[in-house]
Design a protein around this ligand. Structure first.
Ligand code: ZN
Ligand code: ZN
Ligand code: FE
Length: 822
């Protein structure tokens, strides 16, 4: 049969993930000739050979592509055979303004872990990587993704590494961070002499082995630094060299083990920044860690050695296991089976679990006596992540840790660990950072030139590049000065890296948001009358709904349900329980929860007992003190009186219909929280105790406002009747589900719309989301939720962006606009 030829164009995440070597091997497997090359928009392939094999090649592309690659499209066309005699990888084509995707950081692969056991140059080498794994975005300074544009530039490849790098058949062909112990970065341990000398001496005395003394000798010569560097390593004497090297590595790991087992805290330089780690079984240490981090009740995440160990302590279903082991390696929120230490997750029945993702994590978890370590970012409260060795040293000086395990490769982009929870059998993101960023969200329309600022809480911003929306990593809360500075720098950095000049800026409609403030500054700076930067202020919950629509390419009228904590509303009050009819341009507010009084405004959000007392007073009148509920024994009568007085005089009483506030009230009445120590504590604690029950309370509905009074009366009655808290929590949850289902049913009947979008922070609640989805599905509706971006404010920038793009398409000449009722 005559030879056939095909030209194939592959778009998506296909660079920096071992795609060309894969194509090379794949083509050879089918005996095809031709070439493959990178170009700025993706990968181009020419194959020729037996027509049947050409077809097979294309058909199996998607299934067999490297795990971290993501093919967004394959365009193929028939072409004429050119009589190639081999298959080759051709030099990259450059030249357009298009940019290829930069890969997120990828957890170390199985093959590399094997190399760390067998390959002399990589024996226990903590920077082992290949084209399928290793750091990516965290070390990229510029594009195109090439070694000199990463922080690996400082490390000149040895001849063996170069050979691998240049050999098309090698797993390390063009793996930009490739290195080995002869040429790559090194780890060192720095410790606080005062706090660790005793422990170290003790373990040395007990381990007087020849090899061990060698390590001690080295370590003493170097003062307080114990370095892994093997400067006189010689490949031709692998055995002797290996013993020495592994001895030092082992020594270092032994010291780390001593540090952790003696109850000390270690700062570890990981992929995206420094983390504090400590023995998860040691109550005293974790209590100290809580003090250092000023973390009162928020649970800590934990790293287990492997899935098997994680299963002893948590329940893990199929989807959760997949998320835990995926190359993205996020923290996964799981149901706890057996407690590690009360201090790890103080009263929560869930536990955030992560498996090792860097080679050093594997070495560590093998070396440690403990089965689990607490794993938390090393920054202090209100600070951005830290990534510089200098900053870690300060931690040591301030006694915020006892030792630092750091290395000499710089981190360019700081990345927190991502957090995932499996909801409706799908992983949903609670925090999107390492392993996900900067993977773009593919859009239907052009987004070029749009900068979306995000919200102030849990901020992430988003930039538009052709049809891609590139969402930044989780930045944090902008009210903190240093976080705000990090935010500004990150925006500048993203614009530079992705060659983006904003001509449209979208921000939240809140007048006092720091992000909106920055927009005003940016516009003043760019004030060029001929080319004024357009500005769009987007209503918070409209943006939440649009974030889901963007992900699912919806561009039509939908029923949008935004259940949230806070968000600036068109009436100047705080919204957050919105029943919208909306499309990408407009929204109409059909209904919402009744407004709750917030005595003292912001203060009431931090201290939910204030709202609870105000609500009790409004419902039961001045006799509310006499209600026989234990809430009154635990919340000071004098404090409650002050709230009542403020209410009577209408003094500084704000109003909110945020669903989060109603959860706070119920959590306060159940004495789960009176003061809130982290965002969403009330709702999380309430969900935490939900028991299996089908019962619910009644709620009011008048003039499209859902009344909470009957709900609170129901809760109080149950409290008086001494109904179990878990049962009350379940009844309350069921009520909210019922309420949402009712609102949607009404709206759908009125409008004929049957697509429902759920978003906002409340949909991080697994129970609410799963029950609501089920209920709506039974009512014949199609439900859409966030999958690629968080349902909380971390996903808002995507919504702002898609709204701005739509507006721009419809009306190209606005300069300043507010989204409005349609
Ligand atoms: Zn690898
Ligand atoms: Zn090397
Ligand atoms: Fe929100």
């Amino acid at each position: 049969m005559k030879n056939a030829a095909r030209h194939i164009d592959v778009g998506g995440l296909v660079q920096g993930v071992g795609f060309r070597p894969f194509i090379y091997r794949h083509a050879r497997q089918y005996g095809l000739k031709g070439w493959v090359r990178n170009y700025t928009g993706g990968v181009e392939i020419h194959i020729e050979g037996h027509p049947h094999f050409c077809d097979n090649f294309i058909q199996s592309l998607r299934n067999q592509a490297p795990a971290a690659s993501q093919i967004s499209e394959i365009k193929e066309k028939h072409t004429k055979p050119q009589a190639y005699t081999s298959f080759s990888i051709q030099p990259s084509l450059n030249g357009s303004n298009q940019i290829t995707n930069i890969s997120p950081d990828i957890a170390v692969c199985e093959d590399c872990l094997e190399d760390m056991k067998k390959q002399p140059r990589r024996y226990m080498y903590p920077f082992t990587n290949c084209t399928h794994c290793g750091p990516r975005f965290s070390i990229v300074k510029d594009i195109p993704y090439d070694r000199d544009k990463t922080t690996m530039r400082e490390f000149e490849m040895c001849s063996e590494c170069r050979e691998e790098y240049e050999n098309v058949a090698d797993r390390r062909f063009h793996a930009q961070p490739v290195s080995c112990r002869n040429c790559g970065p090194v780890f060192e341990l720095i410790y606080n002499k005062n706090s660790l000398e005793k422990e170290f001496d003790y373990s040395f005395d007990r381990n007087v082995l020849d090899s061990w003394q060698l390590a001690v000798g080295n370590w003493q010569n170097m003062g307080i630094n114990l370095s892994l560097k093997s400067s006189f390593a010689n490949y031709f004497l692998p055995t002797a060299n290996l013993i020495e090297y592994s001895t030092r590595t082992t020594s270092l790991l032994c010291l780390v083990n001593t540090t952790i087992s003696s109850g000390k805290i270690l700062a570890l330089k990981s992929t995206g920044g420094f983390q504090l780690i400590a023995d998860a079984m040691n109550e005293v240490t974790i209590r100290r860690l809580r003090k250092i981090k000023q973390r009162h009740s928020k649970p800590f995440a934990v790293m287990f050695k492997d899935l098997k160990t994680a299963r002893e302590y948590t329940e893990i279903n199929k989807e959760e296991a997949e998320a835990l082991q995926s190359w993205r390696r996020p923290i996964v929120v799981l149901r706890q089976k057996k407690s590690l230490s009360e201090e790890v997750n103080r009263g929560f029945t869930t536990l955030g679990v992560v498996l090792p993702y860097s080679p050093m994590h594997y070495l560590l978890m093998d070396a440690l006596d403990t089965r689990a370590i607490v794993f938390t970012s090393a920054n202090m409260k209100g600070q951005p992540l830290i990534s510089k060795n200098q900053e870690a040293k300060k931690l040591l000086e301030k006694d915020c840790c006892d030792a630092v395990l750091q290395h000499n490769r710089d981190i360019v982009h700081k990345l927190d660990d991502s957090i995932v929870r499996v909801i409706n059998d799908k992983p949903s993101l609670l925090r999107r950072a390492r392993g996900y960023v900067p993977e773009p969200i593919q859009m239907k329309d052009h987004m070029e030139g749009i900068l979306a600022m995000g919200a102030d809480l849990k901020n992430a911003f988003c930039i538009g590049k052709d049809r891609r929306a590139i969402l930044s990593q989780y930045i944090g809360d902008l009210k903190d000065f240093d976080v705000f500075r990090h935010y500004q720098n990150s925006i500048t950095e993203f614009n530079r890296l992705f060659r983006m000049t904003p001509n449209v800026i979208a921000c939240d409609a809140h007048p006092n948001y720091h992000s909106s403030e920055l927009v005003r500054k940016l516009r003043r700076k760019n004030s060029n009358p001929d080319n004024e930067v357009k500005l769009l202020q987007v209503q918070h919950h409209h943006a939440h709904i649009a974030s889901v629509m963007a992900e699912h390419h919806l561009d039509e009228k939908v029923i949008g349900i935004a259940m949230d904590g806070t968000g600036y509303g068109d009436d100047g009050k705080i919204w957050g329980s919105e029943f919208f009819i909306s499309d990408l341009e407009h929204y109409r507010r059909w209904g919402h929860l009744g407004y709750l009084p917030l005595p003292g405004g912001e203060k009431a959000i931090k201290e939910p007992w204030r709202i609870a007392t105000a609500v009790l007073y409004n419902i039961f009148g001045k006799d509310f003190y006499r209600l026989p509920i234990s809430y009154h024994q635990l919340v000071d009568r004098k404090d409650q009186t002050l709230v009542v007085k403020a209410l009577q005089k209408n003094l500084n009483i704000h109003e909110s219909c945020g669903m989060g506030r109603l959860f706070d009230v119920v959590a306060a009445l159940l004495n789960l929280i009176h003061k809130s120590h982290f965002d969403g504590e009330g709702p999380v604690k309430l969900e935490n105790i939900v028991s299996a029950s089908k019962e619910s309370y009644s709620y009011g509905f008048k003039n499209n406002v859902f009344g909470y009074e009957p709900i609170i009366r129901g809760v109080v009655d149950d409290l008086i009747e001494k109904v179990a808290k878990g049962e009350i929590a379940a009844r309350f949850h069921n009520t909210i589900v019922k309420m949402i289902a009712y609102g949607v049913k009404e709206l759908s009947a009125k409008t004929g719309i049957n697509k429902v979008v759920l978003s906002g922070g409340m949909f991080q609640n697994k129970y609410i989301t799963e029950q609501t989805t089920k209920r709506l599905f039974e009512n014949g509706l199609t439900v859409y939720t966030n999958e690629k971006v968080p349902a909380n404010d971390g996903g808002i920038a995507l919504g702002q962006m898609v709204i701005a793009a739509k507006k721009l398409k419809k009306k190209t000449n606005y300069v300043l606009e507010y989204t409005s009722k349609g």
